[in-house]
Design a protein around this ligand. Structure first.
Ligand code: COI
Length: 354
């Protein structure tokens, strides 16, 4: 497809860059000057363009507004120590978006279109990539159905967008999470593995209920007996038990996180014992009680590595060992942060240079 790809560019005449505080960007509040757009109709992606960031015009009958026919991705560009713009594993996001599209009955965005569009957009807005430690440019590709039709069927038309914005950390400190044993995020055969809006919308009510009790997030459990821990909605979950990194296998109920995969690779590189296997809630609670649970953390693009300080279960809170004494999560965070800015060797070829 690359030979035929031609992106038209309309530059903003009103850049917001100068008035933006790139040193302290709050997650999800600031957007860069431009966005990428491509329309799908008559069986092909057409009219590839980069335009000033702005509102989009939708029919009130737009099928996405009614039936959540939407998928998205999240990835980050970092300012390398040599000043370059380095994107972390974008090909993995492009491939995952294809999988989400297939599950949601959408025409996949070809991976070369995803990569080309992202590259060109970042070239235009490269000055928006912040350089302060802990900051990055968050990249949010998304695809929505566009038919103005309120009957239920796959749409004939879609639009693919990429917006970006400078961000700091998603969670500013270690989190308190509650093991959810009533509500269900994803069921076998459902859409839990897909990055689709409905998964997140359906999680809001239980998350808001838990927030009233002081929890930042939920640990979702399986939808059958609520016996096994799954993921956290904004992050995959990882535990260090007896110096072994334990995480649930991804399947159709758990998002195949790219940060999760990267940490597993780094752990392998360091010779750490790893177990990717179903984890019972009772095992997690037992390990906290008998002291074998050394660390527990969430892993995600937005969240990077977020330590879990307390786990709530059955009306009681269980504290993990003090985060300042942990060694594994901080080591993974340090390694990942250094790889992402080109400060240490990118042994697995994870960086994509703009
Ligand atoms: C990401 O980590 O990029 C996500 O898409 C999660 C979202 C909750 C911000």
């Amino acid at each position: 497809m690359t030979e035929t790809m031609n992106i038209s560019l309309t530059r903003t005449t009103n850049s917001r860059l100068k008035e933006t505080d790139l040193e302290n960007p709050v997650f999800g509040k600031i957007y860069s000057d431009h966005m990428f757009i491509a329309d799908y109709c008559d069986g092909d992606w057409q009219d590839l363009r980069i335009e000033p960031y702005g509102n989009i015009n939708l029919s009130p009958a737009n099928t996405t507004l009614h039936y959540a026919s939407t998928i998205f991705e999240g990835l980050k560009a970092h300012r390398g120590i040599d000043g370059s713009v380095l994107v972390f594993r974008p090909q993995a996001n492009a491939a995952r978006m294809v999988k989400s599209a297939e599950r949601m009955c959408m025409p996949p965005v070809p991976e070369d279109l995803f990569m080309y569009a992202m590259t060109e957009l970042l070239r235009v807005d490269q000055e928006w990539v912040p350089s302060k430690k802990g900051t990055s440019l968050y990249i949010r590709p998304f695809q929505i159905a566009m038919d103005p039709y309120i009957g239920i069927r796959p749409s004939d038309t879609y639009t693919f967008y990429i917006i970006t914005g400078p961000v700091g950390s998603y969670y500013s400190e270690p989190v308190k999470v509650k093991i959810e044993t009533h509500y269900t995020r994803a069921a076998a055969g459902g859409t839990g593995f897909a990055k689709t809006g409905g998964n997140y919308a359906a999680a809001l009510y239980p998350a808001v209920e838990a927030a009233k009790e002081g929890y930042n997030q939920l640990i979702w459990t399986d939808g059958i007996r609520h016996e096994y821990v799954e993921e956290s909605g904004t992050m995959n979950l990882m535990f260090v038990i007896n110096d072994t990194l334990v995480t649930a296998p991804t399947g159709d109920t758990i998002l195949k996180g790219i940060t999760r995969d990267s940490i597993l690779q780094l752990a392998k590189d360091e010779g750490m014992a790893i177990e990717e296997r179903p984890i019972k809630v009772s095992e997690v609670m037992g390990a906290i009680e008998n002291g074998s649970m050394q660390e527990a953390f969430g892993a995600g693009t937005a969240a990077t590595i977020t330590p879990i300080k307390t786990i709530g279960f059955d009306g009681k809170d269980y504290d993990l060992p003090p985060v300042e004494n942990w060694k594994y999560a901080s080591n993974f965070l340090d390694l990942l942060s250094k790889i992402k800015v080109g400060a240490i060797s990118d042994a697995h070829g994870w960086l994509y240079r703009i």
